[in-house]
Design a protein around this ligand. Sequence first.
Ligand code: IMP
Length: 197
Amino acid sequence: MKEFIIATNNSHKVAEIERILSPLGFTAVTAKERGIDLGDVVEDGDTFAANAYIKAKHAFDLCHQPVIADDSGLCVDALGGRPGVYSARYGGHDASPLVKISMLLDEMKNVPDDRRSAHFTCAVCCILDEDTVIEVEGRCEGMISHRMSGDGGFGYDPVFVVDGRSFATLTAEEKDRYSHRGSALRKLRDALEASLS
Ligand code: IMP
């Protein structure tokens, strides 16, 4: 059994990571659960991968045990890829998901259906030890709907639609199957299986 520190305070992300890695015998805990305060880290990378590395390295230097960090976001084609790496800060650091979604729908109110394509990207960085860094990325293509639907998931899930259904209407298992994080974590799982066997 190998324990990973997950470098996030987002309980939804921890649950998604745990669901995908636990069948391999891995456990995922937050730094907080191990009594370690990660504090604030400046995510000033230009890419999801750069920010995932910044978060993972920060956590590894504090925890000295295997860590996993992800950086993810929503890229909307009609907005030139925004909010992208700024997805968590769109509308301001403290803006609620509802405020972010309202802003997004407002920015897109005149965008027709055939120009509402978007994708989620998730970069995952896993640091096993000083010399072993695994970096993977997953992506999920979809559309931005005109209104919210569903009450599951988190963040932009109520307006991100794949195959006619918003992420917020999917079960956890369905979201894992489609999602950017699910795709990145399956790549990580394969890389871990290869590197730890
Ligand atoms: P991060 O914690 O810096 O990676 O922030 C990513 C932001 O992108 C989150 O706060 C959400 O707003 C959004 N996001 C990332 N992944 C998802 C997802 O699976 N569903 C909905 N929103 C997401």
